[in-house]
Design a protein around this ligand. Structure first.
Ligand code: NAD
Ligand code: MG
Length: 389
């Protein structure tokens, strides 16, 4: 039996992970599950999987969690420190599926225990790539990417030499506003931005898909995880979301990863790696699909993509600034405080304000320096939004 923990268990990735675990319960000994506001789901899963401990991020809801777990034998805990403590419990495999920068600390703690980290929380690599890769190396821990594009790249690189890689192409569906005019995008509401044409995901990443901030995070994630130059990373709009990524080699070959838009593929790949096991995902009928389309993204409509390359040029803590400013701008958009296109304006302004002091390339990076930068960027984003409003 493999010991596993799932952080962000109540979210979209967490629930897909639990779906796979529950199909084969005898293979897994579940140690910790974490969630946020959905106490009922967290408790139900903790009971069903017979977890040792269930942790909610919300300290105010500890009593409620305790009450619903009464008699189950599952320990209840709450708060960010309790999540980190749960992440320190020894396991073989950890799913990191908290959304946002809050996912960084528990992932680092899990790596320090030498656990294999299935990393859905792309914000970890964006805010602290050097730190998280360094921690994995120091503790001989493995990181397996769970973002669909990065799982696809990882699979395309099996048995290959990075020196032979010329370019890495990640695809983007184009999100909810793929075919909208700029004028319409400027007036878009959170409700309109919260539905995705192909994928069923959490609300925040769905809105980030419409703005391509998600793809911008993924460009940074690609650079940090695979260690390529940022000039080697390309983004292609691919409305069908069936080709997730392509790796281009020095002999002109392109290795494409093709699969249904179902996160259980990338999660299952990371769960079973280095083996491949049968997964309950749709088998594609390419003859029925007929055609796949690709086009270049319009950088005017998607300034986030340009900003991603600027972040990688800047280096240092630019990723932490970018992510934190993006998270606050997204909060502002969801609260109807700023418009859809203003999210990129806010992020760009925060980068301009903070990069002179926070983007030294050889600056030391620790969890503290990252969280300080994150905090400052959030505060600065709030000030920028106040001026805009
Ligand atoms: P979600 O919103 O559905 O779930 C987020 C989870 O994190 C929930 O369990 C929630 O309770 C928890 N959480 C939220 N704020 C927290 C905090 N401050 N502290 C602790 N826990 C907190 O999100 P999701 O779509 O499952 O995405 C999770 C991560 O995976 C994100 O980083 C996202 O970018 C990445 N990802 C998701 C998908 C997808 O298909 N959903 C695909 C690729 C990558
Ligand atoms: Mg992705």
């Amino acid at each position: 039996m493999r010991k596993i923990s799932i952080f962000g268990a109540t979210g979209s990735i967490g629930q897909n992970t639990i779906d796979l675990i529950r199909r084969d319960p005898d293979s897994y000994d579940v140690v910790a599950l974490s969630g946020g506001q959905n106490i009922a789901q967290l408790a139900a899963d903790a009971r069903a999987l017979n977890a040792d401990i269930a942790v909610t991020a919300d300290e105010m809801r500890l009593d409620e969690l305790r009450a619903v777990l009464l008699g189950s034998g599952v320990e209840a805990a709450a708060g960010a420190a309790a999540i980190r403590e749960a992440a320190a419990r020894p396991v073989d495999w950890v799913m990191s599926a908290i959304v946002g920068a809050a996912g960084l600390a528990p992932g680092l703690v899990a790596l320090e225990q030498g656990a294999t980290l299935a990393l859905a929380n792309k914000e970890s690599l964006v805010t602290a790539g050097q730190l998280i890769m360094g921690t994995a190396a120091t503790h001989n821990a493995r990181i397996l990417p769970v973002d669909s594009e990065h799982s696809a790249i990882f699979q395309g690189l099996i048995g290959e030499d990075m020196a032979a890689v010329e370019r890495i192409i990640i695809t983007a569906s184009g999100g909810a506003f793929r075919d909208w005019t700029l004028e319409d995008m400027a007036r878009a509401t959170p409700e309109q931005a919260s539905s995705h044409p192909n994928w069923n995901m959490g609300q925040r990443i769905t809105v980030d898909s419409a703005s391509m901030f998600n793809k911008a995070l993924e460009v940074i994630e690609t650079k940090e995880f695979f260690g390529c130059a940022h000039e080697q990373i390309e983004v292609l709009v691919h409305p069908e979301s069936l080709v997730h990524a392509l790796v281009g080699f020095n002999d002109g070959a392109l290795m494409a990863h093709v699969g249904p838009p179902d996160m259980r593929h990338a999660i299952g790949f990371a769960l079973h790696w280095p083996e491949r096991k049968t997964l309950p995902v749709e088998r594609l009928d390419l003859a029925k699909i007929g055609a796949l389309h690709f086009r270049e993204p319009d950088l005017q409509r998607y300034p986030a993509l340009r900003l991603a390359h600027e972040v990688l040029e800047l280096g240092g803590h630019a990723g932490a600034i970018f992510n934190a400013a993006k998270e606050r701008a997204l909060d502002g958009f969801l609260a109807h405080r700023i418009g859809f296109l203003q999210m990129a304006e806010v992020v760009e302004e925060v980068l301009t304000l903070l990069s002179p002091s926070h983007c030294r390339k050889n600056a030391e990076m620790t969890l503290d320096t990252v969280m300080e930068t994150d905090h400052l960027a959030r505060k600065t984003a709030d000030q920028v939004m106040q001026k805009l409003a």
